[in-house]
Design a protein around this ligand. Sequence first.
Ligand code: ADP
Length: 498
Amino acid sequence: MRIRRLAIANRGEVAVRIMRACQELGIETVLLHSEADVSTRAYRMADKRICIGPAPTAESYLNIEANVRGALAGGAEAIHPGFGFLSENADFAEAVEKAGMKFVGPPPSATRQLGDKVRCKQLAQKIGLPLVPGYQGEDQNIDTLIKAAEEIGYPVIVKAAAGGGGRGMKVLKSSDEARELIESAQREGQSAFGSPKVFLEKYLDRAKHIEFQIFGDATGRVMHLFDRECSVQRRHQKIIEEAISPSITPDLRRQMGEAACAIAEAAGYRGAGTVEFLVQDGKFYLLEVNTRLQVEHPVTEMVMNVDLVKAQILTAEGQAVFSNYDLKVPKGHAIECRIYAEDPYLGGVPSTGLLGTVSWPEGPGRRFEYGFEAGDEITPFYDPMIAKVIVWDETRPRAIQKMKRVLADSIVFGVRTNIPYLMEILSHPEFVQGEMTTRFIERHFANPLRAVSMDDWEKKACEKILRATPRSMSVSASSVGEASHANPFGHAWKGGST
Ligand code: ADP
């Protein structure tokens, strides 16, 4: 059945991304937004907008009933949940279907089976996939957990069973800190995810994070669209992602791809999903399955020449997607950098405020996914990721070179961003060699960047930009660079010299 109108239960750049796919498919969009998200690109682009509640996520983006009611009021026939928020919530998918709409995502049964980290591991074990040694028992007594940690052998990682987004995880280096850190993970699990349940794994201290994009089509066939390397992480959260990984052999790639499809098939998966692995010493271990579109999906789209969001929507309509031929070979290399509104000189503290001039340097093999434009406000209520920059080139070295140039030419005024930090990472020899592990940031970028003052080059660049800025936005060149909150152009990034 064709979807004529689709509601988007999300915000920011992913809401824009979904709208683009809808526009091209001739589908009208209804944006389900909070009161705080009126001054955003997605709000301006939507065909219809329904306010579902105030800024706090529990009262809007995480409120199942408000989203379902909003979508029905907007006359939507389907809901796309994007990523984060309710995207991996099987109750939400069920509520959407019960209300007579289609949920653009996997069946609730598959989400329950794979989205729960402990159940996912049980399924993996059953079908013989390699797991990191650990403890996933029901007995959550602190002494049992400490004993299990001793048996696994330090270092051990404790994780909130209901956790996600890198939160609720602690690395235990020795028995001295086991009790305190396990209890703290339990508390964090309870407050952030509503459950104190934790599990333990051996901490692999020189692993790479490599994941496979999988896709279950409407016929029940599950295929994979190759891999992404996401080892550049800060506090277990990805910052830079690439497709395909520069560091696995064709044989390992084949085995991991088969494992990824096997677990998705066993759970009756449909739509886009990601099977995450850790790879250490030439061996791979299943980490978890994300039952949704991933933030880093564009790098797969660039090397595979596909549109995953369209494929999700077409699959929800029961239509066929991807021919076998499409999925044979990845082409070239793609890199994504996540742009965060944060201060790289103050250890990444969030930076909020009104956006001044924003300019992304268009060009071949460059893609910009962003949810905010000049005049929009970056509020403290949500994730600080404001944009993604994605590049494609024929080889990895050329893609790195392109990304550096693109970031250097990107302009974001009004808030500070992590662009200077990304530039440093892209130039680090370990990154350039493709040898980085998940501890790369901790090892090489533990300290805030050293602040730079505006030099002549920067001043000239600012003047150039201001000349190209519409009159209504322009300010005098001398005010650029002043760190004043009253001045929306106060914080500036221009790359190149740092
Ligand atoms: P989340 O669901 O919060 O993203 P994951 O289980 O996917 O949590 O893990 C996120 C990141 O944490 C991984 O990419 C990796 O860097 C680190 N990590 C998780 N488990 C382990 C482990 N057993 N050993 C080493 N690092 C780990």
